[in-house]
Design a protein around this ligand. Sequence first.
Ligand SMILES: NC(=O)c1ccc[n+]([C@@H]2O[C@H](COP(=O)([O-])OP(=O)(O)OC[C@H]3O[C@@H](n4cnc5c(N)ncnc54)[C@H](OP(=O)(O)O)[C@@H]3O)[C@@H](O)[C@H]2O)c1
Length: 256
Amino acid sequence: MSEQPDDGTEFRELYPGRGAADLTVLYEPTVDPRRDRHVRVNMVASADGGTAVGGTSGSLGGAADHVIFATIRSFADVIVVGASTMRDEQYGPARLDEHHRQARLERGQTPVPAIAVVTRRAELDWQAPFFAEAEVAPLIVTVGAAPHPPADVAGVVVAGTDGGVDFGVALDELVRRGYRNVLVEGGPTINGQFAALGAVDELCLTDSPLLLVGSSHRIFAGADLATPARLALVSVVTAESFLFVRYARAEPALAA
Ligand SMILES: NC(=O)c1ccc[n+]([C@@H]2O[C@H](COP(=O)([O-])OP(=O)(O)OC[C@H]3O[C@@H](n4cnc5c(N)ncnc54)[C@H](OP(=O)(O)O)[C@@H]3O)[C@@H](O)[C@H]2O)c1
């Protein structure tokens, strides 16, 4: 079994195997060699499908969820997040434990992933710790007319005109800059646009043992997809009554 943090949490693999779960093996992205990128969405939802309580997702998680969250982050070249999530969840700079940092360095990655914020208005506090204390400079993914941050604070990806970011253009530019493993951490509005583009290769879903009721979004928001995107089950892990489910895009079989 490969090394993972020993915080006392017992993770049990339910599928495809059964027994103690090796998270670093179960969550390693499976990059399709036919694609130049891998887009993974990671979200937590209550058992009744809610994504936020009082405007944040914090109370949906727990110690086990934090371990999985960090494991998933540890594989990413870049984390993409909507500006509302960044503001509502008070995002700080990416931080990882030493064993994740070491594994990344051995894979030729930076010690922590960059975080890219999608914003139309780009009205962000450039002095906030998210920017000022970042180990790897964040990126702003925005439109041409938006205000730009000072060059030493964040990189800028311009991927659209006033109407909004074109997610296809943004993804192409991220890949061109070397960010192939893309982790999308929401919110639902951002996730919905990746799904509309047909760009979601993988969904990591934490099923939290809570009932919320309320009116928060589902994990993907937006218009109905013209055709539902079919997923295939990759793995299921449980700890502390949470279910951690990994789905991959169900690819049609290649012609012989
Ligand atoms: N359960 C979970 O795992 C989870 C994860 C993440 C978030 N959440 C929750 O979800 C809520 C936030 O999600 P949300 O869906 O409302 O917002 P969001 O997706 O986080 O961000 C929406 C913002 O992104 C920018 N944006 C969206 N589409 C754009 C486009 N095409 N071009 C340019 N900018 C674009 C805009 O920013 P500007 O306004 O700056 O232009 C927009 O206001 C919060 O309550 C958060 O706690 C839950």
